[in-house]
Design a protein around this ligand. Sequence first.
Ligand SMILES: [Zn+2]
Length: 255
Amino acid sequence: MTPFVLIDTHCHLYQIADVEAAVRRAAEQDVRRIVVVSEDAASMRKALDLKGRFDGVMAGLGLHPALVNRMPAAEVEAGLAFIGAHLGEADALGEAGLDFKVLERPEDEAFQRSVLERQFEMARAAKRPVNLHSRRALRETLEEAVRFRRETGLNAQMHWFTQSRKLVRKACDQGIYVSAGPSVLDRPDTQEVVRAIADDLLLLETDSPVPFGEEQSEPAWVRRVAQKVAEVRGTDYETLAGRVAENFERYLGRG
Ligand SMILES: [Zn+2]
């Protein structure tokens, strides 16, 4: 019997204390691939380092939109330069996107957009898909994702994009991938949105170590997420796991 391969498509593994144990527990739950996304130059280095150390760990390089408005300009430039130099060693661009929750000054939104645009250019040059954050900017980030895909032919993933059924339908109409995370475990509103994701655009994630209730999440949780997503979509775990693995290969541009 072929083993199932679940993928945590968005995780901050370097924030977990015992990475080795977390990777082992993940594999025990069929989670054999983990995309480690980054936020700044320091975490980009860590993501690449983890990719080198563990089979099945992949790296995303990106400047997180919630951080760029507060970084000194030189740090933003250094981060962009790092992406430009190393994206070819990584598997995706991200975590990038827009975050309107952190806007403070009138120029903050335009700056986030310009940093995103420059990252898109690097993704295009390196032929890498993008992994996007969209807090309080769901519609705006989706528009960017659609434009990126149209202009480059490369794929975009809306991470944790399970707040609006209408926007999920819009994303899927445009061929944009949508990932569901642990909020599907106990939130009926998320479960409702997860039912609306197209079969061929569904991905799974944890965004770990984001805490849920008393617990800190970790990549192994993708198993629970997969079982719950299968249940709410009226399918079985085996079928769902197979489909999501195919989707991930296609998202990368390899399937
Ligand atoms: Zn994240």
